[in-house]
Design a binder for this molecule. Sequence first.
Ligand code: HEM
Length: 520
Amino acid sequence: MGTLDRQSLRRYSKTLAFEMISVGTVLLWLLAGVVCTTLIILTGFTIYLYYLHAKYDHLPGPKRDGFFKGNMALVHENRNKRGVTVHQIWAELGQKYSPLFVFWFYHRPVVMITDDQAVKEVLITKKLPRDTFGYSHFSSLFGERMLGCGLLSEVSDEEWQWKRTTLDPAFHRPTLLGMIDSFSTICDSFLERLQTLADGKTEVSMAQELVRINLDMVAKIAYDLDLNATNDPQSPIPTNARIALEGLIQSFRKPFMRFQPSTFGYQAKCREAVRFLRGVAKGVLEKRQEEKNKGDDERNDILSHILKLSERDSRTTIDDMVDHFITFVVGGEETESNHLAYLLTGILSNPEVEERLEAEIDEVLGSRVFVTSEDLNKLKYLDQVIKEALRLHPPQPAITRMTNEVITLGSLHIPAKTSVMVDAYVLHHNTKYWDEPEKFDPDRFAPSNQHKVAHYAYIPFSLGRHTCIGRRFAELETKILIARLLQRFKLKLFPGHDLKEVEHMTLRPKKGVQCTLTLR
Ligand code: HEM
């Protein structure tokens, strides 16, 4: 028994040793396989990168900080040391290189345009298509359909074209002017709320107030929807809109966030917010469609134009229409509220501008609370101030396009399949086009100075085919809101105010706009 046991034990140990050697060998082979594959990929990537560098080395630009890092060290260093945004860094490079320079986002070259005539070529003459890399990002948020194939995220030129043509009339001037009364009514509730805070002592975050009123404006004017975000910021639609928008900004800034387990909870919250908003949009669209079918709907707002998409192409689903609904909320919300915040800060930190503006508003409106389209035409200095705020702080500065074939700008050849970026901040801060570009000077846009403005170097709403569809909407809202606000209140910036920009998806003032208010 003892001998047998010893024999079987020996046999068993041999088998175990053999199996361990086999497992060890397999693991070794696996490791060797992984190492070889990594080496092959790395070698392949290195050769590809040599080839890419050679392909773009004939173009001007800052020296790469490293073979793999491209120019990103320059960005990180300047952000950390000087607290500047990437747009400010590009603006500084734009002073040095003309008409363009190449900037390496690690291994990805992007041609940055710094000259007004090159802007014209890219956006208008050559009508370069969108760079799908950036724009398709907005289509979904952490896997949940968000802007889907709305105008901002539609990457098929053909699809975008017919949608844009169908939706364009919703933003024509006469259509929007017909809604002046609605703009004014929402303004009333905003001013009433501010009046409760106007004791000259309470610190009011005007940036936050502007976000809410802006959401109310878009919902009412575009969809005839009463959100009441101004008076009830905790109500579910504004709350979920904010979560979804913030999520979109975060996912844009941190593309790898999706894979970080520590953020899974946050991602689920964002997805839920998107589902909620899309559900609301669907309900509103279906209700309006029913009213339309019964012949009970005479409205000519943005929603009625969204419904026209399904008449024009019967393949349009309710989800496609929801994409547009959400796109206009997102497109209008972030950019317009940041613009209003910058505009207000620009006015309040320049007393002589504020005085002139108050005098103009008093002369045109007096104590009248309703605003007409004639009044708006007469508020000329306000126009100048708005233009200057958009120049100094373009809320959505970066526009990207793609070359389908080799193109020539100046004497430089840009290879096919290159990302080309036109950055409004870079052009708006270039001394070639603007004297003292950092100065807030609305008189640059005075009628007597109009001839000095380089048309293609002033692009807050972009130019060409993809020019902002909501431009007139934004202009109307801004004028009515600022005129009524300054007519009723004297605002003072809180001491220590800082105009510094912070990059999100768009540019926004870092410290909000903290003010005290008194009645005028
Ligand atoms: C001051 C406010 C605004 C600024 C500075 C602004 C800026 C811009 C810019 C620069 C673009 C071009 C993007 C590109 O080509 O990559 C754009 C496109 C767009 N904007 Fe605005 N925007 C503003 C307000 C609005 C508003 C109020 C709405 C909607 C109600 C809106 C909706 C859109 C949409 C849907 C597009 C895509 C247009 C297309 O490609 O057909 N924007 N905007």
